[in-house]
Design a protein around this ligand. Structure first.
Ligand code: KIV
Length: 267
């Protein structure tokens, strides 16, 4: 674990060295300080805050103003981790809107990277963001902002056509200039194959143990949502004993590859 700030280049170097990357969601300055001290490499200001903080059933109601506000809270508390902010629903419906939204998240919020959900239809958007100096994290597999279209939070990539589309989109996103890829709720074998094929780091959530890193929703891994956390998550307070202990235990488990383990993969 290094004390120097995480950058796009240092994440790529970790992948090249075979070192796993620990990522957690974060929505405020207090947790940002704690996660920073624990050595988490990337803090994701996820639009999951719509569900976790605001109590909505989906991430769809989250606004750009809210994302800017929480991103600024997180960046005020962090000094080492790379801060990635989600572009919320519809805020990147056109490349022009994406540029405006990303500029607010980065200039007002202080984010160092923006994340968007989707593949092929967003390649030009990614190219334009990258051309303007905005690093991009792509998000494939289960895309929670599309829950109304999907009809629920469904595992992706199980059939041949869906796996093929995810494979294709992952490579296309890398070619368009994305620096990071989140794969959510896809089979371990598919996620592992994509992680080995791409040169950019692939961060998994519900995607098995073969990715270059893992991300969880902070409140889920702190056991604050009993009975509501997804099956692929783990309550790290059991091993850690305290909030800081839980985050420390998560970082160690991701680094040594003991998270996720069989029960969290086989679902
Ligand atoms: O919004 C979020 O927190 C996310 C992670 C679950 C990957 O996108």
């Amino acid at each position: 674990m290094s004390a120097s700030p995480t950058t796009v280049a240092s994440l790529a170097a970790m992948k090249a060295r075979g070192e796993r990357i620990a990522v957690l969601t974060c929505y405020d300055a207090t947790f940002a300080r704690l996660l920073d001290e624990a050595g988490v490499e990337v803090m994701l200001v996820g639009d999951s805050l719509g569900m976790v903080l605001q109590g909505h059933p989906t991430t769809v109601p989250v606004t750009l103003d809210q994302m800017v506000y929480h991103t600024a809270c997180v960046t005020r508390g962090s000094s080492r981790a790379l801060v990635v902010a989600d572009l919320p629903f519809m805020s990147y419906a056109t490349p022009e809107r994406a540029l405006e939204s990303a500029s607010r998240l980065m200039q007002e919020g202080g984010a160092q990277m923006v994340k968007l959900e989707g593949g092929e239809p967003y390649l030009d958007t990614v190219r334009q963001l990258v051309a303007q100096g905005a690093p991009v994290c792509a998000h494939l597999g289960l895309q929670p902002q599309s829950v109304n279209q999907l009809g629920g939070y469904r595992f992706q990539g199980r059939d041949h056509a869906s796996a093929e589309r995810i494979r294709h989109d992952a490579l296309a996103m890398q070619d368009a200039g994305a620096s990071l890829l989140v794969l959510e709720c896809v089979p371990q074998a598919l996620a592992g194959e994509i992680a080995r094929t791409l040169t950019i780091p692939v961060i998994g959530i519900g995607a098995g143990a073969e990715c270059d890193g893992q991300v969880l929703v902070l409140q889920d891994m702190l056991g604050l949502n009993p009975g509501r956390a997804p099956r692929f998550s783990r309550d790290f307070t059991v091993a850690g004993g305290s909030v800081r202990g839980a985050v420390d235990a998560y970082v160690v488990a991701v680094r040594e590859g003991s998270f996720p383990s069989a029960p969290e993969i086989a679902y």
